[in-house]
Ligand binder design. Structure first.
Ligand code: ATP
Length: 312
């Protein structure tokens, strides 16, 4: 095994995993540095959960290497007390009271029970669940169970947390709160690897992304690079007073894509070399516009484009 630099916490090389005839993970490589919030992003069935399970040694890969360098422990298996894991499926006992589960799980990972209880109560208060501490997990709503799962995964203050779909089952307000919690525990010293398919949420929290589709890498790197490389296009959203036809846009140069959102609404993508001024000058000649807004491609739009490119 090669020696990892001090700041590299996890290095994955040429990972492969198949289930019968499904290639769930196809030759992927990536690494995480101390302090990262690294997001695995892709549609259903892309291979995210499979990868996370391999990293935790829950399932064995068919090929490739996983190398951990966590709290002075090196090897292919992470030291369990320094890792937190929020599984995609419910991992806690449904018929045990919430507080009991939380204290038990933190204490087997090395936390003093009294300290675990104090910290758990603090989290439950923040999550508006303090009055549910003695109830069995199964009587809580789906979203509230997810909140408890989250607390269970980070209560012992792990150096590394793997959060598989942390936003699953949460309403938009709670999703936003979770973004803040994830940033907060990261600032307190936890490196984070999370998976999700809501690209709009990942944009707000991650510094690095791994875009995955059908088991393969589509992009891997700092999120800022993704925008530098692909985010220079301008998407101009035009609302017309009356329905428009395709011929309206004939003669525009620098146009890469035209998408109809409705009869009277069109999104025109100008390619990145032309710049906003040229794009606007070209549009100025079009009659019948009632409103115009411009935005940069978001992560979802970039993802769709990268997947298209990777299939060419
Ligand atoms: P989702 O966002 O839906 O959770 P994912 O990106 O986490 O998806 P995986 O759960 O890793 O995707 O699944 C990748 C592929 O491997 C899918 O086609 C899935 O059906 C298949 N797969 C995963 N686990 C198994 C298994 N134990 N047996 C057979 N096939 C499996």
């Amino acid at each position: 095994m090669e020696h990892l630099s001090d700041k590299t916490i996890l290095k994955v090389e040429s990972l492969n995993k198949s289930f019968k005839n499904i290639k769930a993970v196809n030759d992927i490589s990536f690494s995480l540095d101390q302090g990262d919030i690294f997001a695995f992003l892709g549609p259903n069935g892309a291979g995210k959960t499979t990868t996370l399970r391999v990293l935790l040694d829950i399932i064995k890969p068919d090929g490739g290497q996983v190398q951990w360098n966590l709290n002075g422990v090196n090897g292919s298996v992470p030291p369990s007390r320094h890792v937190g894991y929020l599984p995609e499926e419910r991992g806690l006992y449904p018929d045990i009271p919430v507080m009991k589960s939380l204290v038990y799980l933190a204490s087997i990972r090395g936390m003093e029970p009294s300290e675990a209880k104090r910290a758990a109560l603090e989290w439950l208060e923040r999550l508006d669940l303090a009055d549910r501490a003695r109830e069995k997990l199964q009587v809580l709503s789906k979203g509230n169970q997810q909140k408890i799962q989250f607390v269970a995964s980070i209560l012992h203050k792990p150096s590394f947390a793997i959060l598989d779909e942390p936003f699953s089952g949460l309403d938009p307000l709670n999703q936003e709160k979770f973004i803040e919690y994830i940033k907060e525990i990261n600032q307190q010293g936890t490196t984070i690897l999370l998976s999700a398919h809501q690209m709009s949420l990942i944009e707000k929290v991650a510094n690095k992304v791994f875009l995955i589709n059908e088991g393969r890498e589509v992009f891997n790197g700092p999120i800022a690079n993704l925008y530098d490389d692909f985010g220079k296009k301008h998407i101009i959203d035009i609302l017309f007073k009356a329905p428009v036809s395709e011929s309206t846009f004939q003669g525009l140069s620098h146009v890469e894509n035209i998408k109809w959102v409705g009869d009277c609404r069109v999104m025109v993508t100008f390619n990145q070399d032309s710049g906003l001024n040229k794009a606007l000058a070209e549009l100025a000649g079009i009659e019948g516009m009632s409103n115009i807004t411009s935005h940069k491609p978001d992560l979802h739009e970039i993802f769709v484009e990268l997947v298209k490119k990777s299939k060419k």
